[in-house]
Ligand binder design. Structure first.
Ligand code: ADP
Ligand code: MG
Length: 274
């Protein structure tokens, strides 16, 4: 394997990747610290094929960090993560180094889990088309022609085909976010992650983005979404996870969470007035 060439023998007894569950994403006992601050404390999560999971919770509870761990933008210090049948074990003694996982494998795993950010994060110096074709060409080695075909397909999907040659600065927030969704889709990932995708938008632009996300849910895409849009979470989710100070305070169906949760802090979070 390519990994055998790039990793010293000392790592060979710590096989980082192995075949495991059929879940697109499964986190087991994840722990993440920033210095002394333990942001995730033993978080486990299962995301079924074709399901929508919403992560809710107070600001600072660790929602973004959890999402970033699922995409390997952050490296947990303990626990296990399964992404599309490959399992990675995190070892606190090897912090910052995912044992046996080289750059190419990391890129491959990340490509299976595409993220949409609150602030869109489009490259300002690239056109809409350039933003969408960049990663498929660089990471997945698609030809320019194939990458453009794909980009046009997903731009059509999010209703942005007519803006393919525009630069991000000339688009509204809602339009930029729809382009960011097309960019994530163009990697043809197993799982889409959304981190508060509508929080940076003007109120009148929220619904155009939610309706794209709703249509992706309807076509059976596997998605994990951090959101403050409670009505939307209730409507589209199969599973809702209430993250509370770095632990899963409560997880269940929207009904479990929104209609009289047994968890006192969850109940207060979803209906502060009650
Ligand atoms: P949420 O998305 O639920 O608001 P975050 O995951 O962004 O929460 O943050 C959880 C905690 O981790 C916060 O206290 C935050 O300040 C801290 N944190 C997040 N990222 C970093 C970082 N890169 N370095 C240090 N602390 C961080
Ligand atoms: Mg956040």
């Amino acid at each position: 394997s390519p990994n055998a060439n790039s990793s010293p023998d000392t790592h060979s007894s710590h096989a980082a990747l192995s075949s495991s569950t059929a879940m697109p994403v499964e986190a087991r006992h994840l722990v993440k610290r920033f210095g002394d601050l333990e942001v995730l404390r033993d978080v486990s999560l299962q995301v079924g094929e074709g399901s929508v999971t919403s992560i809710i919770g107070a600001s600072g509870s660790g929602k973004s960090t959890l999402l970033r761990c699922l995409n390997l933008l952050e490296r947990p210090v303990q626990g296990e993560l399964t992404i599309a049948d490959e399992t990675i074990r995190f070892d606190r003694n090897r912090q910052g180094d995912i044992v046996g996982l080289d750059r190419r494998q990391l890129q491959r795993l990340r490509a299976r889990v595409s993220m949409v950010f609150q602030q869109f994060n489009l490259w300002p110096h690239l056109t809409v088309l350039g933003n969408i074709t960049e990663a498929p060409m660089r990471v997945q080695k698609l030809s320019r022609k194939r990458a453009i075909q794909r980009a046009d397909h997903y731009l059509e999907r999010v209703g942005m085909a007519d803006k393919r040659d525009s630069y991000p600065a000339f688009l509204s927030g809602g339009q930029q976010q729809r382009v960011a969704i097309a960019r994530a889709l163009a990697m043809e990932p197993r799982v889409l992650l959304f981190d508060e995708p509508t929080s940076a938008l003007d109120p009148e632009r929220v619904s155009e983005v939610l309706s794209v996300i709703r249509s992706l849910a309807d076509e059976g895409r596997t998605m994990v979404m951090v959101t403050h849009e409670m009505a939307f979470a209730q409507e589209v989710s199969d599973q809702v996870v209430f993250l509370d100070r770095g632990v899963v305070g409560m997880a269940g169906t929207p009904q479990d969470i929104f209609e009289g949760s047994h968890n006192e802090r969850c109940r207060r979070f979803v209906s502060p007035a009650a």
